[in-house]
Design a protein around this ligand. Structure first.
Ligand SMILES: Nc1ncnc2c1ncn2[C@@H]1O[C@H](COP(=O)(O)OP(=O)(O)OP(=O)(O)O)[C@@H](O)[C@H]1O
Ligand SMILES: [Mg+2]
Length: 451
């Protein structure tokens, strides 16, 4: 069924999800890249500004006592310079005097060569706890001696600040990306909902639960739905026209064929013309059979294809049973059809024809009783069984019973077409005949989709 529809590389939903994933990845990736760069530059500038302020504060607080040794008039305002090995260090040195160091510098020393002019200069140097950003400047004592004022912060402090920002930013942006993907998926589902509804509406038409596509659709799909409905309608029109034409054809051929048969009968009674008359009779009969068979077939096939076709039980079986009781007055026809309405996704004309064929056969060969049973099979199917208490058929006979013209009992009149037509009706409605023959008689059944 799907062979004539080629699936173009996966589903629409997957395409949208792929596109949204690329879109979100580009957006969030771009934000991450820009934000980390901007933050790193910004925080680096802040560090440098702060160190410059600190080195100037240190220079301002530095005093030279009477012995020429440096000392601070008060501690630096930032308490981190007091915590041992905190990564924040300062140092003041005067030639020929002990070096004055921050309490944090419990080991090592800073390279004073960074301070080589009254202007503030900076470099990356090795400090007590790894590479440091070192700031320095030179002051002069009243005696004209150089005082080297140096201040330093571990490079790792800056790196850790940047890394911690990056970690936080990555976590936040990952959550945002997930949220965007989830809402994207929800938007796709919402956007594709009309297509899902359309799919369901088409399934309802295919299962004969509706005659046209129902519901309202967005403006992009509405023209398609209108076209599809027009197509379904024109198809149904073609089918019903075909039925009428089939009926007309049957009607128009019946009378001429009756005239021919009549003539042939008369011919066969005349001397010298008997043989020709018999041949004509036989051929006319064969023509009649073929016409009946083909008409029934066309009707069944056309009906089965028409959308929205349903057959309602027990309404459908009552008139047929009534006709059968008249046709086979010596046989009892029992009906085991549930009182609750059963609706089948089958062309009612086809189903009526099928039941007539099976009940007629059962009536012809039954010893006294025929049973028509309708029973649900699971949720969605119904089995129809016609059984009789006649002689039944052998395996061999069952195998050929549905062939056109197959007859195994010349005592009972018939053309051997009934079961051939019955088989076609079943096939047109997605079902098949099942035979079961026992010493008690024959039973024939078929399963159909319920609505
Ligand atoms: N219920 C039955 N019990 C026994 N034999 C049957 C039964 N139904 C069908 N058959 C056998 O299968 C043959 C084919 O049946 P089919 O209905 O196709 O033809 P038919 O009844 O002979 O003619 P008609 O075209 O009038 O129906 C019958 O001739 C008969 O031999
Ligand atoms: Mg028959």
């Amino acid at each position: 069924m799907n062979a004539d529809v080629t699936t173009a590389s996966g589903s629409l939903r997957l395409r949208f999800i792929f596109a949204i994933t690329v879109w979100v990845a580009l957006g969030i990736g771009g934000i991450w890249f820009t934000a980390t760069r901007v933050f790193a530059t910004h925080i680096e500038e802040m560090y440098h500004e702060e160190l410059e302020v600190h080195v100037r504060e240190l220079a301002r607080l530095t005093q030279i006592d009477d012995s020429g040794a440096p000392r601070l008039s008060r501690p630096l305002s930032d308490p981190r310079y007091e915590v041992p090995l905190s990564g924040f260090y300062w140092q003041v040195s005067v030639p020929n005097q002990p070096v004055l160091k921050s309490a944090s510098m419990t080991r090592g020393s800073l390279d004073e060569s960074v301070a080589h002019s009254p202007n503030v200069a900076h470099e990356i140097e090795d400090g007590p706890t790894g590479p440091t950003i070192t700031y320095g400047m030179i002051m002069h004592t009243p005696e004209g001696d150089e005082v080297h004022v140096v201040i330093a912060t571990d490079q790792s402090e800056l790196d850790e600040d940047i890394a911690s920002f990056n970690r936080d930013l990555t976590a936040w942006l990952t959550s945002l990306a997930l949220l965007l993907l989830l809402t994207g998926a929800a938007i796709i589902s919402f956007g594709l909902r009309p297509l899902t509804r359309l799919g369901r509406a088409i399934a309802r038409v295919r299962n004969a639960r509706a005659e046209r596509l129902e519901g309202s659709y967005p403006s992009e799909i509405a023209p398609l739905v209108t076209d599809l409905n027009a197509y379904i309608r024109s198809n149904a029109d073609i089918v019903s026209r075909a039925r009428v034409q089939a009926g007309n054809l049957a009607h128009s051929l019946r009378t001429p064929l009756a005239v021919i048969t009549d003539e042939a009968e008369r011919l066969s009674e005349r001397e010298h013309c008997e043989d020709s008359g018999k041949v004509l009779l036989q051929q006319a009969e064969a023509m009649q059979n073929q016409i009946d068979y083909q008409l029934a077939r066309t009707r069944s096939a056309a009906g089965a294809r028409a959308p929205g076709n349903r057959a309602k039980l027990p309404e459908l079986v009552e008139p047929i049973l009534k006709a059968m009781r008249r046709l086979h007055p010596n046989t009892v026809f029992r009906s085991e059809v549930p009182r609750d309405p059963v609706v089948l996704a089958v062309d009612p004309i086809g189903l009526a024809e099928l039941l007539s064929i099976l009940l007629d056969n059962a009536g012809k060969w039954a010893r006294g009783e025929v049973r028509l049973a309708v029973a649900r099979v699971g949720e969605a199917e119904v089995r129809i069984t016609v059984s009789d208490d006649g002689p039944g058929m052998t395996e061999e006979q069952i195998a050929h019973a549905c062939d056109i013209g197959s007859r195994f009992d010349s005592m009972v009149p018939g053309s051997g077409l009934g079961l051939a037509i019955a088989r076609e009706i079943c096939a047109d409605n997605g079902s098949e005949l099942e035979f079961s023959s026992t010493s008690a008689g024959l039973s024939v059944s078929a399963v159909f989709k319920a609505v």
